[in-house]
Design a protein around this ligand. Structure first.
Ligand code: ADP
Ligand code: ASP
Ligand code: MG
Length: 413
């Protein structure tokens, strides 16, 4: 008898009919004799609707209240799904983040999980019930409701799978696996049978929203195998697992596109030691992550520094930097949010040259300008104009031959 964690995203529970469809899948798992924990998101579009409501009331809503508001979406879907499962004759019980004991820190709207208690969850399972758990939410040590960041139900599912030592964590969604690129952008994208945690982590953090970045991080840490599959068909999905040698032969596993970044340029900063530290320390203290940092060659004692931050953190980043910029006498700071981050990811890149050159040439042949470049061992990212994002994704998918066969192999270069 297997213990399965099955997570269904917002698009899978977007209407009463879809909820009934999920209930039927859950029912089948029960009939196969499995013990089942189901994690659900809010009904599709609900979290966006609630966010908009909050912004209609306040331009910068209080983050604690935001979490009280946002966590309500998942309460609706667990109750409805539990009713639908019960209707099929299987005992089921809905449980909130607080009831299953997902304890987080107090960083509202992006809280981190500290502990999963799970007594209530085990009790429900021992009583032969399907546990229908609200994704995306937890409880702080002082008993405030917290949320785990957009897409956070994936993290709830993985954390429960780790705590219960489940056999597998199935993530059901509106695509039938992880593809070489977003299939909604590249129709020829190919489904991957397997992908390593490390590559999936890069792909997720660079825009492949099929999995929430922090869920992949958590799965890698606790070695939870994830299977991404469709809510609407029985096809085999994509396994996200530990790397093995055969994976290294593939140079590029996927292309990703993210339009979530804003490029900030600080002009006319004094070109002397300590300046970069002076700018980036307050940002890191404020919990703002920066990426794609470029410092231009200095001229007449001053230089420009360019970097990206998440779009929704750009205003706060400007505020945090204000005192430092005044102190250093910088000429000013400009923000550009008409850019997209286009990336290729693959563990085979670690040991092979020539990948970057092929990427840049493919973009140049299409007349697409690159504003900055960032690299890590297994990825290369370029900032380009947002309006070319989708086109550029298709261009790179083609340039690396991802449509055919098993991805670009070393001998292709
Ligand atoms: P859910 O509501 O189930 O959580 P999401 O919308 O968060 O679903 O994630 C599924 C979406 O992820 C797909 O509809 C697809 O457009 C997008 N996506 C982006 N990159 C990829 C990729 N490489 N493979 C599969 N899907 C991707
Ligand atoms: N409902 C939340 C969101 O839309 C969490 C999730 O769906 O994973 O981000
Ligand atoms: Mg999601």
């Amino acid at each position: 008898m297997a213990l399965r964690v099955m997570k269904f995203g917002g698009t899978s529970v977007g209407s009463p009919e879809k909820i009934r469809n999920v209930a039927r899948r859950v029912g089948r798992a029960c009939e196969e004799g499995d013990r089942v924990v189901v994690v659900v998101s809010a009904m599709g579009g609900e979290t966006d609707r609630l966010t908009k409501l909050a912004h209609d009331i306040a331009s910068r809503p209080d983050r604690r209240e935001m979490d009280v508001l946002l966590s309500s979406g998942e309460r609706v879907s667990i109750a409805l799904l539990a009713m639908a499962v019960q209707k099929l004759g299987h005992p089921a019980e809905s449980l909130t983040g607080r009831q299953v004991g997902i304890v987080t820190d107090e960083d509202f709207t992006r809280a981190r999980i500290r502990e999963v208690r799970g007594e209530r969850l085990r009790k429900a399972l021992d009583e032969g019930k399907v546990a229908v758990v609200a994704g995306f939410q937890g409880i702080s040590p002082s008993e405030d409701v917290t949320t785990l960041g957009r897409g956070g139900s994936d993290l709830t599912a993985v954390a429960l799978a780790a705590a219960l030592q489940a056999d597998v964590c199935d993530i059901y969604t509106d695509v039938d696996g992880v593809y070489t690129a977003d299939p909604n952008i590249v129709p020829q994208a190919r489904k991957l049978e397997r992908i390593s945690y490390e590559e999936m982590l890069e792909m997720a953090s660079l825009g492949a929203k099929v999995l929430y970045t922090r869920s992949v991080e958590y799965a890698a840490r606790y070695k939870v195998p994830i299977c991404v599959r469709s809510s609407f068909n029985e096809d085999e999905g994509t396994m996200v697992i530990e790397e093995d040698r055969s994976m290294e032969q593939v140079l590029v596993s996927g292309v990703t596109l993210s339009k979530n970044d804003t490029k900030l340029t600080i002009e006319g900063v004094p070109d002397r030691p300590g300046i970069a530290a002076g700018i980036f320390s307050p940002l890191s203290e404020a919990g703002i992550s920066v990426d794609m940092i470029v410092q231009n060659v200095g001229r007449q004692g001053t230089t420009d520094i360019t970097f990206t931050v998440m779009k929704n953190e750009a205003a706060r980043a400007m505020e945090v930097m204000k005192p430092v910029l005044e102190e250093t006498g910088a000429a000013g700071v400009t923000a550009d949010d008409h850019l997209a981050k286009l990336s290729i990811v693959g563990i085979g890149m670690r040991s092979h040259a020539g990948v970057a050159a092929r990427m840049f040439k493919a973009l140049a042949d299409e007349g697409i300008n690159i504003y900055s470049i960032g690299t890590s061992e297994i990825k290369i990212s370029c900032l380009i104009e947002a309006k070319y994002g989708e086109l550029a994704t298709r261009v790179l998918h083609d340039a690396f031959g991802l449509e055919a066969g098993a991805g670009t192999r070393e001998m292709d270069l």
